[in-house]
Ligand binder design. Structure first.
Ligand SMILES: Cc1cc2nc3c(=O)[nH]c(=O)nc-3n(C[C@H](O)[C@H](O)[C@H](O)COP(=O)(O)O)c2cc1C
Length: 218
């Protein structure tokens, strides 16, 4: 079994609910964890140097293109070297933090990480997505249908990269700090407790699944 690649993207440090639930998963995870914290160490946005480097033969690249190509090669090697993934991606403006989007833009390269059908290299690997949000987006809530993060990531991580994505969404994290949401505090507390519980259960389940697949390969 290789490592779990954990990607953090909340700008709230230790106070982040996504990080705390991801910590619960990682604590029960049986193997090695490699962490990339995109909030503490953000990547540059994708630019013309990176894009042109992808189609310029190595011996014709400028020094800037070579550096850009090396960065993407390193990120992709780190991504493809993992046997499982833990993504902590809070909701920012109904979508994902820009630092996480920048990481995706660097690793989503057709022919390298996806777009090869049955030969997609990460296809079938398990992934846990933890996404805290200030409001509530469940059926019946006023915000229902306005979550543009989880559906987008389930398409990118699930449909495109082929990962087997399990999603955990601690909701209403604004309830403890915003007066108009105070009456929703019990719902927030229940959602958070369920998120930690789901993280523990997913860790136990994936430890079992991956241990079985290592035994089968041997
Ligand atoms: C820049 C920014 C934008 C946000 N946008 C939304 C939003 O669109 N919808 C929402 O429900 N909460 C929003 N929030 C609240 C966060 O989703 C909430 O604080 C969540 O707990 C953040 O995850 P974290 O605790 O893992 O950092 C936003 C917070 C920030 C900092």
């Amino acid at each position: 079994m290789s490592y779990l690649l954990r990607i953090d993207s909340s700008a709230s440090g230790e106070a982040s609910y996504s990080r705390q639930v991801a910590d619960t998963f990682a604590k029960d995870w049986g193997g090695e964890v490699i962490t990339r914290d995109l909030a503490r160490n953000p990547l540059s946005h994708l630019d013309s140097v990176s894009i042109t480097a992808r189609t310029t033969p190595a011996d014709q690249q400028t020094p800037e293109q070579r550096a850009a190509a090396e960065l993407e090669d390193d990120l992709i090697e780190e991504f493809l070297g993992a046997s499982a993934y833990l993504f902590a991606v809070p909701m920012y403006n109904y979508s994902m933090p820009s630092v996480f989007k920048a990481w995706l833009d660097h690793i989503m390269i057709p022919g390298k990480t996806f777009g090869m059908g049955d030969a997609d290299p990460a296809s079938g690997r398990p992934a846990v997505l933890v996404s805290a949000r200030g409001g509530g987006y469940g059926p019946g809530s006023p915000q229902h249908g306005k979550d543009f993060l989880v559906p987008a990531l389930e398409i990118i991580l699930g449909d495109a990269l082929g990962l087997d994505v399990r999603t955990i969404t601690p909701e209403l994290t604004y309830a403890p700090i915003m007066d108009p949401l105070k009456h929703l505090l019990p719902l927030h507390e229940t959602s958070l407790a369920e998120a930690h519980d789901l993280a523990r259960r997913n860790a136990a389940d994936l430890n079992r699944v991956l241990t079985c697949s290592v035994r089968t390969e041997n």
